[in-house]
Design a protein around this ligand. Structure first.
Ligand code: GAL
Length: 995
């Protein structure tokens, strides 16, 4: 069926790729292909694109976590600048089908800008459409209405599969249209996600289910190979199981998610993965479809800088190099840019920031050392094609003279890689060792030959080499690591690096010391070993450059190497021929016969030094299109200075602005009418996982309310027996709730960051005696922190309700109280189609759209803003606007920063921040940790008016006070990236029927 639909595949529609840039070391003779496409094929070693082997060095990026599509290219270029070849992305179904049957992927949810940006940046894509994705998003990607599905989730139950059909058909079609077979960037797709955690006794894996998930996507036209992402390598779905994938893959987060003690790397490091892979899927390349690039954080956690330390450059060196030792040739780093859980898209166990401690920060900055380290690693694979075909061997102690060092060899008939690490992988000791290398001509050598030993300092790992071709030269061995090399006519430039104080040696075949010349630096010893020369040096801050025949070797210390780039040419998977030392970021280079134009960003005045690839008599050197004065020496090396000056600019002081405020809990007033509210009259819940404990359902999900604030009103006639009111509300980890009786405060649940705090019954004594026969109203506000993920099958945790689970009013039966509820206006018929189904919750201001730009605040009270303080428990909304006129040509990170209020004695509040109508922050003052909320350009109009709204919910007697709120400027860079288009910001309009 499927085959006949596909027809002839246009093999040549790939003008944006230069196949010349792709590594080619093998023919496609043993390659597998599937489903009548032969563009993406594979064997047990690697993936091949058009028959050419490629290291899939991939970055996880979630476009939906950056709601300014014009910025996606910025992130992708920063990924590409590292030398990556691929990006992997999830799709969040929740955002695309908020109302069942209405799939919307337009505006900021349109994926086309991602496909276009990938082509522009020169990156392939791995599509991961779920439907279940996990990903720390609300419901693990399931829309809220999935709580009502009459079947078990992630199973073959017909009701579940039917629920996914519309989404899978639509997203499948969009992905299919952008596959490589149609000239697009998508080369692989992953159905499902981590299908391997099952409740005991559940008959798993369900092969029929798996085939059905795949079939939905394949029916939509997806023909590129499928790949699995299993956790734990159980081998439930492999290439040879009855239901299968084309390529087996798994994920791993080896140091876990405890960022509170970032120095602790739990032991041990897995070393048996390849052996397992060879058993499970001997015919597919070793794929790590998700590998730890940072960590997520629970409420009350330590913040993402701590996760960046846990998974820092040392982690990348030790743990990623172990992956190379094991032979990973499909390697995706989760996350490489995390982004923001704006607009309530996150799950309950997180908070607004999803920075993740990734190489690229939430503000899209690339200053973390772990970013630069990845550039060193990814570039190596562009010039080391033998890696992709090397046979792997077990780690052992046989390759060194010191059992504290373990080496894993990878070998081809010629080139050999020796990946060394501490035997106790997380050791922080400095360990000296000698390495045994094998060479074709000179047998086994013990290196270094001219010094006593090599060393591993602290947490580190090295890729040593032997018989490694560099242009026309053969490195007999190198203990220093290779960043890159390029051959220019009869000359070759090689760049190697080492850590501070390390001794290294590099041996080149066929030369004598008389052919060697020290071009720069000192302290390089050269010796002849009969047939080859050895250069030996100790790494210092001073660069050493040695010419060995026609080979020029740059011996750098690692900190200097961090500043080197092999910039890409736009639209190409490969990199250019240019090697340049620069500063903060080089995005691309344009090379012509007489000129060079670098496109990049600066954070300080920078010297450019082109050590390879400049035209021999350069006429013009440009940086971001501007001509620079430059010098070119006799070796062709070009130097120039690019000036940077921070812009002179100002941002408003939020405390000095004029604010307006309004009480956003009019529900407490006796004159408030809830006539238009939803009656909570369902005697049976649609939620098959959670039977009711109350006479009618008080689950938000039963009535279509899935996002943020839920408000309940319960009316009853008093009999003067009332004394206590117990209530079990549920809103996910770190949620809170407050109860009022008429306009009197009854009590609040302040929440916590443990699982115990999740299920909690509050017992309140009523504030006063009630009058017999009089009608009273409870108002209950519940903060929904997002729906739970659905990891274990079929636990159906996504269905954990939000709202009121149970209650008891003394002197009454439960049915004495009749309830109504509301969430966001319209529920699943949400009004703001531009900002999506989750952006607004059920506060009165949100129902009226007053969080949107230009609300009608004329009659609201004047205010100094959220720092003014609220005297009693309640919710107030503050609104203001300001103009920005920020200089063009700069990337200016702005964040809204609340003063830290977790100190004892400070009263608890929950705040929401809206910027131009986009919800960009939720503060839980008593739990934290987040107080600083970056908002990107494009949500903020840098050259126009901006509207800010802040809701403050005081939970305790005596009210609460936001101690401070500022607009902060982060690290500014001069940027070439000028393609930012503001996200659409529809303004406030009267909402008919709003209540
Ligand atoms: C993986 C999962 C991802 C994400 C990650 C942790 O197990 O596949 O979706 O949840 O863990 O950040």
């Amino acid at each position: 069926m499927l085959f006949s639909k596909i027809g002839v595949i246009p093999l040549l529609g790939l003008s944006w790729l230069s196949s010349a840039q792709i590594l080619n070391v093998d023919s496609r003779s043993n390659a597998h292909s599937k489903r009548q496409q032969d563009i993406v094929t594979w064997d047990d070693k690697s993936l091949m694109i058009n028959g050419e082997r490629l290291m899939i060095f991939s970055a996880e990026f979630h476009p939906f976590r950056l709601p300014v599509p014009s910025l996606w290219l910025d992130v992708l270029q920063k990924i590409k600048a590292l030398g990556y070849t691929c990006v992997s992305f999830y799709v969040d179904w929740h955002l695309l089908e908020g109302k069942q049957g209405e799939f919307r992927a337009d505006g900021i949810f349109d994926l086309q800008p991602l496909f276009d940006a990938a082509k522009e940046a020169g990156l392939y894509l791995i599509a991961r459409p779920g439907p279940y994705i996990n990903a720390e998003v609300s419901g693990g990607g399931y829309p809220g209405w999935v709580q009502r599905v009459q079947g078990r989730l992630r199973t073959n139950d017909a009701a579940y599969l039917e629920a996914t059909a519309n989404y899978s058909a639509n997203i499948g079609r969009i992905i299919a249209e952008n596959q490589i077979t149609k000239g697009g960037p998508v080369i692989l797709y992953q159905p499902e996600n981590e299908y391997q955690s099952f409740v005991k006794g559940y008959n798993a894996p369900d092969y029929e289910y798996w085939e059905n998930v795949k079939k939905q996507f394949e029916d939509a036209g997806i023909v590129v190979p499928s790949i699995n992402n299993e956790a734990h390598m159980n081998g439930y779905i492999t290439t040879s199981t009855p239901a299968n994938v084309d390529i087996y893959g798994h994920d791993s987060y080896p140091v876990g998610f405890d960022c509170t003690r970032p120095d602790i790397w739990p032991t041990p490091l897995a070393t048996d993965w390849l052996a397992k892979n060879n058993k499970l899927a001997p015919d597919s390349p070793y794929a790590l479809l998700e590998f730890q690039g940072g960590g997520f954080q629970p409420p009350g956690g330590k913040g993402f800088e701590a996760c960046a330390i846990l998974t820092n450059h040392e982690f990348e060196r030790v743990v990623y190099k172990n992956n190379y030792a094991v032979g990973a040739t499909i390697f995706n780093i989760y996350m490489t840019f995390g982004g923001t859980n704006w607009g309530n898209l996150g799950h309950a166990e997180g908070y607004t920031s999803y920075d993740y401690g990734s190489p690229i920060t939430e503000e899209r900055l690339v200053w973390r050392e772990k970013y630069s380290e990845m550039k060193l690693q990814a570039n190596f694979f562009h010039v080391s094609p033998a890696y992709l075909v090397a046979d792997r061997f077990n780690s052992s102690l046989d390759w060194t003279n010191n059992p504290a060092i373990t080496v894993t060899p990878g070998m081809t008939k010629t080139t050999k890689f020796y990946i060394s690490r501490h035997t106790q992988y997380n050791s922080t000791q400095t360990v000296a060792y000698k390495l045994k290398v094998k060479t074709a001509k000179y047998g086994e050598l013990s290196v270094p030959q001219m010094s006593d030993s090599l060393s591993l300092t602290r947490r580190d790992s090295k890729i040593h080499l032997s018989d490694y071709p560099v242009g026309d030269h053969n490195l007999v061995y190198s203990t220093a690591e290779v960043f890159t090399w390029k051959k220019y006519g009869d000359k070759t430039v090689l760049v190697v690096y080492g850590g501070p104080n390390e001794v290294h040696e590099l041996a080149v075949e066929g030369h004598t010391p008389s052919q060697c010349e020290l071009l720069s630096g000192s302290g390089v010893k050269i010796e002849s070993k009969g047939g080859y020369v050895v250069a030996n040096w100790a790494v210092t801050s001073e660069r050493k450059v040695v010419r060995i025949g026609t080979l020029t070797v740059y011996m750098l210390n690692r900190n200097e190497a961090y500043n080197f780039y092999v910039p890409p040419v736009a639209k190409q998977i490969g990199l250019s021929e240019v090697i340049v030392k620069a500063g903060y970021l080089i995005r691309t280079v344009e090379v012509s016969s007489k000129s060079l134009n670098f496109v990049g960003d600066l954070n300080s005045t920078t010297t450019l030094e082109v050590i390879g690839g400049a035209p021999s008599s350069l006429k013009m050197l440009k940086f971001n299109g501007k001509s620079l004065k430059f010098k070119q020496d006799k070796n062709g090396v070009v130097t120039a200075k690019v000036a940077f000056a921070a812009p002179k600019m100002q941002v408003p002081k939020l405390g000095k602005l004029k604010w307006k405020k309004i009480d956003t809990l009019p529900e407490l007033s006796s004159s408030y009418s809830d006539a238009a509210w939803t009656r909570a009259d369902l005697k049976k819940t649609y939620n098959i996982a959670h039977p009711l404990r109350t006479p009618t359902s008080l689950y938000g999900g039963d009535y279509g309310y899935h996002t943020r604030t839920l408000i309940f009103r319960g009316e009853f006639t008093a009999n003067s027996q009332e004394k206590d009111f117990s209530i079990y509300t549920q809103g996910g980890m770190a949620f809170g709730s407050t109860v009022w009786l008429n306009d009197e405060f009854v009590g609040s649940y302040l929440g916590g960051s443990t699982w115990e705090s999740y299920n909690y019954t509050s017992k309140y004594t009523l504030p006063s005696r009630l009058e017999n026969g009089k009608r009273y109203t409870f108002t209950v506000v519940v903060d929904n922190m997002g729906l739970d993920g659905n990891y274990v099958i079929p636990e159906d945790r996504q269905k954990r309700p939000r709202g009121i689970i149970d209650y008891d009013l003394s002197g009454h039966t439960k049915s004495d109280i009749s309830w109504k509820l509301t969430g966001n206006l319209g529920g699943e018929n949400y009004l703001d189609k531009v900002r999506g189904p989750l952006n607004e919750g059920g506060l009165w201001v949100e129902r009226h759209g007053y969080h949107l730009p230009a609300p009608p605040t004329k009659d609201w009270a004047n205010s100094r803003g959220p720092t003014e303080g609220i005297e009693k428990p309640g919710i107030t909304f503050y609104s203001t606007s300001f103009d920005l006129d920020l200089p063009k040509g700069y990337d200016i990170p702005l964040s809204f920063t609340f003063a830290n209020s977790t100190a004892a004695g400070t009263k608890a509040y929950r705040a929401q921040l809206f910027v131009n109508g986009y919800q960009f922050g939720t503060v839980v003052s008593n739990i934290g940790p987040q107080t600083r909320f970056p908002v990107p350009q494009g949500i903020l109009d840098f050259n126009g008016k901006n509207y800010v709204g802040v809701s403050v919910w005081a939970l305790e007697k005596g009210g609460a006070k936001v101690e401070g709120l500022e607009l902060e400027v982060g690290m500014m860079t001069a940027t070439s990236f000028d393609k930012i288009k503001n996200a659409p910001v529809p303004k406030w309009e009267l909402r008919k029927g709003a209540y």
